[in-house]
Design a protein around this ligand. Structure first.
Ligand code: AMP
Ligand code: MG
Length: 291
């Protein structure tokens, strides 16, 4: 099965005509794919991600930034747990962006993300990101008051989109692969997952009263997310709008998208010069003779 094709169905590079309703949240990739056979495919992708990350780390020229966005319960934490464990922790940093603290509010909205960007050779994962500043803040414009801006232009969201496109272009030009995933869950599936959080003692800690308030604003969130994807999907920093009602399928789409994109980076282990090879041969012989 060609997994790259599955991931590319959900890749948005040019968002001007994109509608969230185009993506069925319950899509599971067609009749030949199911939860049982997906496991082996996922394992294959994870193995490949691990291999590619090894070269990324050794080469130490490029970086990978994976941004995870989505409503509460969409499965962002699950992606981190089940997909990114393929990566050697030494070359990977995950950061969860919560409500900004006082120091963060005293800087521009990109500042805290800038500080967490992956170094060359590393994979960085953002569990939420600077995209909250055009989604949750747009749904709650009162949050803007806390940002102490000297003035709020009527075009603030368009300006922020422009800033984000510029920021991501800068990252790409300097060697970072930027992949953005919107885990697209239905409101009904969220209802079931919230119920599960309430019913399962081990999941209750994840439940927040705030989730219910935000759920009530669902249409506003969908509009803000759709507008954001339209404005910030570019060939160099594409969005993947991932059907997320079935967790196994969402994980497969994210993993295969990462494989496809990382394969495209033409990563290579550093070349060893012929002089260095000759030296190594000498050292090798000396080590053998020490036996
Ligand atoms: P969670 O991801 O469930 O731990 O929740 C983190 C919360 O922080 C979510 O409700 C986000 O919407 C919120 N959050 C993250 N970034 C921002 C931001 N820039 N402004 C306001 N709220 C934010
Ligand atoms: Mg939450």
């Amino acid at each position: 099965m060609d997994l790259t094709k599955i991931a590319s169905r959900f890749r948005i590079e040019k968002g001007d005509k994109f509608r969230l309703s185009q993506i069925d949240t319950n899509d599971s990739g067609g009749p030949s794919l199911d939860k049982d056979n997906s496991q082996a495919l996922l394992e294959g992708c994870l193995k490949r991600i691990g291999e590619l990350q090894d070269v990324l780390y050794a080469e130490s020229r490029h970086a990978v930034l994976a941004v995870l966005q989505g409503m509460d319960t969409a499965g962002k934490d699950g992606i981190i747990k089940h997909v990114l464990h393929a990566i050697n922790p030494q070359g990977c940093e995950v950061h969860a962006f919560k409500q900004p603290n006082a120091e963060e509010l005293d800087h521009t909205f990109l500042w805290r993300a800038q500080k967490r960007l992956p170094a060359r050779g590393h994979v960085g994962v953002f569990n939420r990101s600077y995209y909250e500043d055009v989604v949750v803040v747009r749904v709650h414009p009162e949050f803007l008051d806390k940002q102490n801006l000297p003035e709020v232009s009527k075009d603030i969201w368009q300006q922020r989109f422009e800033d984000i496109r510029g920021f991501e272009r800068h990252l790409v030009r300097n060697g970072t692969l930027v992949l953005k995933f919107f885990l697209h869950v239905s409101q009904e599936e969220q209802r079931k997952r919230l119920l599960a959080r309430l019913d399962d003692r081990d999941k209750r800690w994840k439940f927040s009263m705030g989730d219910i308030a935000e759920r009530a604003l669902w249409p506003k969130y969908m509009d803000a997310n759709e507008d954001t994807i339209c404005a910030t999907a570019t060939p160099e920093a594409p969005w993947y709008v991932v059907p997320a009602d079935r967790k196994w399928f969402a994980r497969l789409v994210v993993a295969s998208a990462m494989v496809g994109a990382m394969e495209g980076m033409s990563l290579q282990y550093p070349k060893v010069s012929s002089d260095a090879l000759k030296e190594m041969a000498k050292v090798r012989k000396a080590l053998e003779d020490q036996k």
